[in-house]
Design a protein around this ligand. Structure first.
Ligand code: NAD
Ligand code: UGA
Length: 335
């Protein structure tokens, strides 16, 4: 299952042109913005059309009219992929269906189609056009329930939810393509650990707690609230992702976490301190596939990406809160 970094390294890639799948999403939109600010031309693709979908529109608002940016509405399950790729130095593959809990339900087929089958189509196109590098968004969820110690990339994966199974299949599928004889595309799979910050998805815990703190609504906690996550700030995750485009390591799996972590009750405490508001909590039974702890061993990221995270949870939450407040005041000024 595990792939290691090769010693015989390809030349470092100079980034001029990139394709970002999932560009209208939380992480994808930040990545596009960071690439554009570094002078990289970006083709962003996403199945959510910003003219039809308000979250996609809001995520892309800052970059949609940037001269170096082209946005294409396309579903990777069915759209023509090759025309998007020529002359790209790297494909960042972030498109996919995220979220642990819904993967047990009726959306399972979409998880399989978007996380696995669409990735197969993308890999066919990327390798056929000999694009030098593909960076794929994998997930800390592939580790499953651990003993609480930091998870290293060499640990045996034990995915505990249908979502996690599709993410493990996705990263391994990319690596399998890259290992084919004559394949000119190298792959770096990044296992992101619960990413947060401005534009975080509405279903995620920190977004829900900060929304509850600012609106007076209550937040549900599934289980005892002692589950720990290695919450990773979006700018740190994006810096690691860009570093993965040009690392000498290839056909590698690398954790992208904060290397620490906090439990849900700590998050609630930070939100109280930051907002000076009472937060109403309602408790619910723990949900299937919701692991007690995620914690990243960060040595491979340090060694192979030359990267360490720099934003602590409280600072990152303050910045997410600031964004939330400015979004609310922009909405209320619209009437
Ligand atoms: P997101 O839902 O905000 O973004 C994903 C985007 O992919 C969406 O805009 C969606 O429309 C698009 N998409 C889905 N299926 C598609 C398809 N078939 N064709 C084209 N576009 C499609 O999610 P996110 O939180 O930004 O996550 C991005 C990626 O990172 C996902 O692959 C997710 O599994 C992975 N990941 C996220 C986290 C996290 O904490 N947010 C952690 C680990 C891994
Ligand atoms: C997150 C993302 O949602 C996944 O897409 C991603 O793959 C995963 O990180 C990862 O690291 O790989 P998760 O850690 O479950 O998954 O992040 P949240 O959705 O923010 O949930 C964190 C914890 O809060 C979980 O225990 C969840 O059950 C709990 N939670 C969430 C609540 O108690 N209440 C809520 O309203 C939402």
């Amino acid at each position: 299952m595990h792939a290691t970094a090769h010693a015989d390294t390809p030349p470092q890639l100079l980034l001029r042109r990139a394709v970002v799948t999932g560009a209208a999403g939380f992480i994808g939109s930040h990545l596009c913005q960071a690439l554009l600010s570094r002078g990289v031309s970006v083709i962003g693709v996403d199945r959510r059309d910003p003219d039809q979908h308000h979250v996609a529109a809001a995520n892309l608002a800052d970059i949609r009219n940037e001269p170096g940016f082209i946005f294409v509405t396309g579903d990777l399950r069915t759209c023509a992929i090759e025309p998007l790729l020529p002359e790209s130095d790297v494909v960042f593959h972030l498109a996919g269906i995220p979220g642990v809990h819904p993967s047990w339900g009726a959306d399972f087929d979409d998880y399989v189609a978007s996380n696995i089958s669409a990735t197969q189509r993308l890999m066919h196109a990327t390798t056929r056009l000999r694009i030098p590098r593909l960076v794929v968004a994998s997930s800390s969820s592939v580790y499953g329930a651990t003993d609480g110690r930091p998870s290293a990339e060499t640990d045996h994966p034990r995915p505990a939810s249908p979502y996690a199974v599709t993410k493990l299949a996705e990263e391994q599928l990319c690596l399998a393509h890259a290992a084919r004889p004559g394949c000119a595309t190298t792959v770096v799979a990044l296992r992101f650990f619960t990413v947060y910050g401005p534009r975080q998805r509405e279903d995620m815990f920190i977004q829900r707690v900060l929304t509850a703190a600012t609106t007076g609504q209550s937040v549900r906690i599934y289980g005892d609230g002692k589950q720990r996550r290695d919450f990773t700030y979006i700018d740190d995750a994006v810096t690691a992702t860009i570093a993965a485009a040009s690392t000498h390591a290839h056909n590698a799996v690398i954790n992208v976490g904060a290397g620490g972590g906090a439990c849900l009750l700590d998050v609630v405490e930070h939100a109280r301190d930051l907002t000076h508001r009472k937060i109403n909590i309602s408790t619910r039974n723990a949900r299937s596939g919701d692991v007690p702890t995620t914690c990243a061993d960060m040595s491979a990221a340090r060694r192979l990406l030359g990267w360490t995270p720099s934003i602590d949870l409280r600072t990152g939450m303050a910045s997410q809160l600031h964004w939330l407040a400015s979004r609310r005041s922009a909405l209320s000024s619209l009437g």
